[in-house]
Write a protein that binds this ligand. Structure first.
Ligand code: IMP
Length: 177
């Protein structure tokens, strides 16, 4: 596969669609096993996770529900750091087995600040599934329970991930040169 240009930057092929497909199936199989007899609630974080969430959910064979949210972050009035709110969270998480579906955990900032809000609703369990993880960029302690690929600290696009709005529709994952 040749290199591609998105906006002003060049990207080279990094993870093929069949590699992605294989990993997504493995994660789904593990979840099917781990949650057998339960009815997990997947919460996919938009926009980036839509493609991963869709392919993952198609491979879930146990009873399961899915809901989509968007996260909006703003600075708190006091210097308590970022406040993150969920838009579209319309399901009661109390006593539910919740699996957060993310495209990528980079610094971990987003989930680190957001998870306590979900825990506040007292779910029975709360796990994280992420397609990608850049451990070298991680700034906040975060346990990823279901992971597709560990990648170096380089910007990637494709399979739902964008560079300034573009690249989400690419079937493979490309890496910034
Ligand atoms: P974090 O809060 O730093 O973990 O960032 C998480 C979010 O940043 C992800 O859900 C992505 O939307 C975005 N992001 C982080 N790294 C990349 C990347 O390499 N490509 C595209 N988006 C990224």
């Amino acid at each position: 596969m040749p290199a591609i240009t998105v906006h002003d930057k060049e990207f080279i092929p990094y993870i093929t669609s069949s590699q992605i497909e294989e990993q997504v199936k493995k994660i789904a199989e593990q979840i099917n096993k781990d949650y057998a007899g339960k009815r997990p609630l997947f919460i996919a974080i938009l926009n980036g996770a839509f493609m991963f969430a869709s392919d993952l959910f198609k491979n879930i064979t146990i009873d399961a529900e899915i809901s989509f949210i968007k996260l909006a972050s703003y600075k708190g009035i006091k210097s308590t750091g970022k406040v993150i709110t969920a838009i579209g969270l319309d399901v009661d998480l109390h006593q539910r087995d919740v699996i957060i579906v993310e495209d990528i955990v980079d610094t971990g900032k987003t989930l680190f600040h957001f998870l306590p809000q979900l825990e506040h609703q007292q779910p029975a369990s709360l796990k994280i599934a992420s397609l990608l993880h850049k451990p070298d960029a991680l700034l906040h302690p975060l346990k990823i329970d279901y992971l597709g690929f560990t990648i170096p600290n380089k910007f990637v696009i494709g399979y739902g991930l964008d560079y300034d709005g573009l690249g989400r529709n690419i079937k493979e994952i490309y890496q910034l040169v």
